[in-house]
Write a new protein. Structure first.
Length: 266
C-alpha cells in the first residue's frame, strides 16, 4: 500500500500531540544528531529541530517527504529528509545520538531487522523513543475490519496492519525481549489521544477519504460491491464508541517506549 495515497497529512496533524510527547521524552539537545524513523510529514523531526537538534527524517513516501521538506524550509529548521525504511537505514554505524518514531517503526515488515538497524545507527549511549497504538478501541476495531475485508478479497495485507504474527510494539515484555539483547533497557508509559469531529459521519468521511489504506482499498471493495457495507460498519463502530453525544470524540490509548543504553534515558 502506498502511504502517498489520500491525505495522510490531515491524519498526521491529528497525531501532533503524540509527536510532542515522544520528543519531550527524547529530550533532544542543541547540536545532537537525531533520526526520525517513519517521519511522514516531519512532525516529530521538526519538533526536535526546534530544540536545536540536527535532524534527519526517513520515510518510504516521497510525497510526504516533500511536505516535510517544505515545512522545514518554511520554518528555517535544521532538518533534512530522505527516502528509506526502518529495515534498511542508509547511515553509518553510531551516527546518531537519539532516534524517535511516532507511529512509524511499528509498521516495519520485520521488527527484528528494524531493531537491529536502530541499534546499529545509535551511538553507544544513544537512546530511542517510539510510540505505538494499544490494540484496543474504535480505531483498532476499524483496522481489524479493514484487514478482514481485504484478506477476504485476497488483497495484500494493509500497510497499517502489523506483519503476521504481529510484534507487540506497545508491550514492555515484548520490547525487552527484542531490545534487551541489543543492550537497551526499556521503559513504557501509556498515553491517550482524542480524535474529534462535528459528528460520527464527518469523522467517517475524513477517515475514509484521508487514510491511505482506505483510499487504496476503496476501488477493490467497490468492485466487489462491498464499499457501502464497509462504510456502514465503520460508521456503526464510530457511533457505538462515541464519547460526546453532542458531537463526536473517541479516545485511543498508545504507549511511548523509551529505550536507553548505559547513560541513556530508560
Amino acid at each position: 500500500m502506498d502511504w502517498d495515497l489520500g491525505s495522510y497529512e490531515a491524519i498526521a496533524a491529528q497525531l501532533e500531540p503524540a509527536a510532542e510527547a515522544v520528543v519531550e521524552r527524547a529530550a533532544p539537545q542543541s547540536g545532537e544528531l537525531v533520526l526520525d524513523i517513519g517521519c511522514g510529514t516531519g512532525s516529530a523531526a521538526l519538533l526536535a529541530a526546534r530544540r536545536g537538534a540536527q535532524v534527519v527524517g526517513v520515510d518510504p513516501a516521497p510525497r510526504l517527504l516533500d511536505l516535510a521538506v517544505e515545512r522545514a524550509e518554511d520554518d528555517e529548521l535544521d532538518a533534512r529528509f530522505v527516502l528509506g525504511q526502518a529495515e534498511k537505514l542508509r547511515f553509518d554505524d553510531r551516527s546518531f545520538d537519539a532516534a524517535v518514531s511516532n507511529f512509524g517503526v511499528i509498521f516495519a515488515a520485520d521488527a527484528s531487522v528494524a531493531a537491529h538497524e536502530l541499534a546499529r545507527v545509535l551511538r553507544p549511549e544513544g537512546r530511542a523513543v517510539l510510540s505505538a497504538w494499544l490494540p484496543e478501541g474504535a480505531l483498532a476495531e476499524v483496522a481489524r475490519l479493514r484487514a478482514r475485508l481485504l484478506a477476504e478479497a485476497d488483497a495484500a495485507p494493509p500497510v497499517d496492519s502489523p506483519p503476521r504474527p504481529p510484534f507487540a510494539w506497545h508491550d514492555p515484555d515484548a520490547l525487552a525481549e527484542l531490545f534487551g539483547p541489543l543492550g537497551f533497557s526499556v521503559a513504557v508509559q501509556e498515553h491517550e489521544l482524542a480524535f474529534t469531529a462535528p459528528s460520527p459521519r464527518e469523522f467517517l468521511d475524513s477517515e475514509l477519504g484521508d487514510h491511505p489504506v482506505w483510499v487504496g482499498a476503496q476501488p477493490l471493495l467497490q468492485a466487489r460491491g462491498e464499499w457501502e457495507q464497509a462504510r456502514a460498519e465503520v460508521l456503526e463502530i464510530f457511533g457505538r464508541a462515541n464519547e460526546r453525544p453532542e458531537g463526536f470524540q473517541i479516545t485511543s490509548r498508545y504507549a511511548i517506549a523509551t529505550l536507553g543504553r548505559a547513560g541513556g534515558l530508560a
